[in-house]
Write a new protein. Sequence first.
Length: 384
Amino acid sequence: MIINRADTEMMLSYIEEMVFYGYYYVAFNADKITEINKIKFFRYPLDAKDYCLAKANDAEYAQHVPIEEIISDLKAVLKSELDNSKNETIKVTGFSKRERDGKEFLENNLNANKMNEKNLEYLKDQLKYTGFGETFDAELRENIMKGDKDFKIMHTGIMNNGVPNKDTLTVELNFKKSEQTDMYFFNSYHVNLQKEENKPGMEQTFYINKDSASITMKEAYNLMEGRSVNKDLKNKEGESYNCWLKINFKESDSQGNFKLNQYHQNYGYDLEASLAKHSIKELNTPQYKEDLLNSLKKGNLQSATFVVGGAESKMYVEANPQFKTVNVYDANFQRINHRESKEEKKVESQKESVSKDHKQSSDSDEGDSGKKDNKVKKRKSPSL
């Protein structure tokens, strides 16, 4: 094969790419300068041989060789002193006779490509099922090919969950290479929740679980909003269990991450029973009921149709496993079922700013248990 020396690197890159797609033999005109678009690629040797035989009657003479020989030769050209010569063209075929090295290179290259593609598909699935979509193919491929010990990908999303204000989530996806293999794994993602411009955001890191369901991006947002999420997890012994998760904004670990409180099955929270205490229209239709339950288990603030005195009105509900109830909000997202205890009010104050009157009413609850019970009864609102 005769090529222009200036095309060596570009031709090598193109031929290596064709190996990736499963082509292992090439045919070319042996007597003329060969350009990329004039090289014929074949998967099997007989196909390459038949092509050259068909050209036997032409004035041009076609030659076929295993593609690893061309790769080895082109690499040898790039490393040789001939690159510095004044000759514009060079005959590549037969330049290097290291067939064994060429075969080893081909096998290693093919194995590496297969593993990289497998790794890419694995990471794409991880991101997809954690709620980050399918838009990171190019970035994942590029970082895998670099071969660094770890890498990060940034992602920004707008969340509103049906409420008027829109929150910005800036997410840093963390990937790390295995110490035993060249496989990369999606280990965690760090979230910055920005509720207002020019103000510090709330931050939390969520880890990807290998043996149980990981927290999705939407669930992470709901947790950071102070709501609860239902998950199936596994303990250290590998036994599965179901629980509700809720961020404890009062405590953080050594790395600044808020702790996650868990309310297990034995805690006694029954979401369906809590909903049944309210006259919710969707509970009368099995499919709508199931959709409502599933949405609340994901931590969503979910719209529902309340029927009061024969009149329908749109309201919003969210699960509250800590106090074994559901929170209800009106169409303006104002909470209307303030039956929570003094302890619940204190927890609520950790995630949102409360009025001075609210704080004073909470403080005034200090006293003997009899007076406290009377005051709580007076503040109760009618049941929906």
